[in-house]
Write a protein that binds this ligand. Structure first.
Ligand code: AAM
Length: 326
């Protein structure tokens, strides 16, 4: 079993009020490199910041790392379009940061990324992969991809109040900048990513397909961004067994998640880490609906054996104090 993290960037994250995956827009590009370092080393090393939301909610990488310290799992980070350096070891698939989706092409080489990621996924020796993401702005690009495919699903947010109307306006602009209307890419998911997606999407889709074809069980670790990847795969005709593993925080806030997973023929695993049992600043922020998911958090939590969740919560406190939070 291996946990994979696709870490990338989209300039879409810089649109005002769209993301809380970083304390400020200037710091947002450091979130994925820092998340990779927290997963690998337990704290940022080269990255200049610990990713927090503007209100101080720590990155889900802290939770995924806490699970790793309790359960122990192999982890591999894939550079899926980092815009800033990271001290974490990364697999280089030649992926560039994504453009603002309101540009004509958000991921010009989506098809080539998918092919390289497919090759990497099929080369993995693992019988099971759990693959997650870190890409600030990723729920907006997920909504854009879903809309281009003609999928009615909605998306979550790192903000407690999802700016969904703002996202829909951005998606409308993005589609028209690419001369598309909703549903135009129904049979051509790579065209959807190229026009209005982000570089993490073809990376995850390619790795998941390659690994599944080599016989691995594939868990898409995340919420609505991973639902978008599942939709992209189903529209590409991939019929592999897929599981989406997310957190209770996403499940409680994303309307129709279960129905969407059903329609896409995906199993859905929802894990509640029981953060409401602790009086701790970080865990309270999650219970208030901040961050919710990301950095494979839901997939990592699904690996926690029964009875070990209290140890995970203890470890969240340890990791957070190492990060200077709470
Ligand atoms: C990843 N790193 C994060 C974080 N995420 N650090 C702090 N807070 C988060 N929420 P949105 O579309 O609102 O930006 O949400 C998606 C992002 O939030 C992704 O990067 C996801 O991994 C998570």
């Amino acid at each position: 079993m291996r946990v994979l993290l696709a870490a990338g960037t989209t300039e879409t994250a810089l649109i005002d009020g769209i993301s809380a995956a970083g304390a400020s827009p200037e710091l947002m590009a450091h979130t994925p490199p820092a998340d990779a370092e927290i997963l690998e080393y337990g704290r940022p090393t080269a990255a200049p910041v610990t990713p927090v939301s503007p209100s101080g909610c720590p990155t889900p990488a802290a939770i995924t790392r806490a699970v790793r310290e309790v359960v122990g799992f192999d982890a591999t980070v894939i550079d899926a379009g980092l815009a800033e350096p990271t001290g974490a070891a990364t697999v280089d698939l030649g992926v560039d940061p994504g453009a603002d989706i309101r540009e004509p092409a958000a991921v010009p080489d989506a098809a080539a990324i998918y092919d390289r990621a497919h090759g990497f996924g099929s080369s993995l020796p693992d019988d099971r992969i759990v693959i997650g993401e870190t890409v600030p702005g990723g729920t907006t690009t997920a909504l854009a991809a879903l809309t281009a495919l003609g999928e009615p699903a909605t998306v979550s947010s790192s903000l407690p109040e999802n700016p969904i109307d703002r996202k829909r306006r951005v998606v409308d602009e993005a589609l028209s900048a690419s001369d598309l209307v909703a549903g135009d890419c129904e049979g051509d998911p790579l065209a959807a990513i190229r026009a209005v997606g982000d570089p993490v999407q073809p990376t995850v889709a390619g790795i998941a397909t390659g690994a599944a074809e080599s016989g691995a069980d594939v868990t898409l670790a995340g919420g609505t961004q991973m639902v978008a990847v599942a939709a992209l795969l189903r529209h590409a005709g991939v019929d592999a067994t897929l599981t989406v593993a997310t957190t209770s925080f996403v499940a409680e806030s994303a309307d129709g998640l279960e129905g969407t997973c059903d329609r896409l023929d995906c199993d859905l695993t929802v894990t509640d880490p029981g953060f409401d049992r602790r009086e701790h600043r970080a865990m309270e922020r999650y219970c208030a609906g901040e961050a919710k998911e990301g950095v494979a958090m839901g997939g990592a939590l699904s690996l926690v054996p029964e009875g070990r969740m209290p140890a995970v919560r203890d470890r969240v406190e340890t990791v957070c104090s190492r990060l200077g939070i709470g």
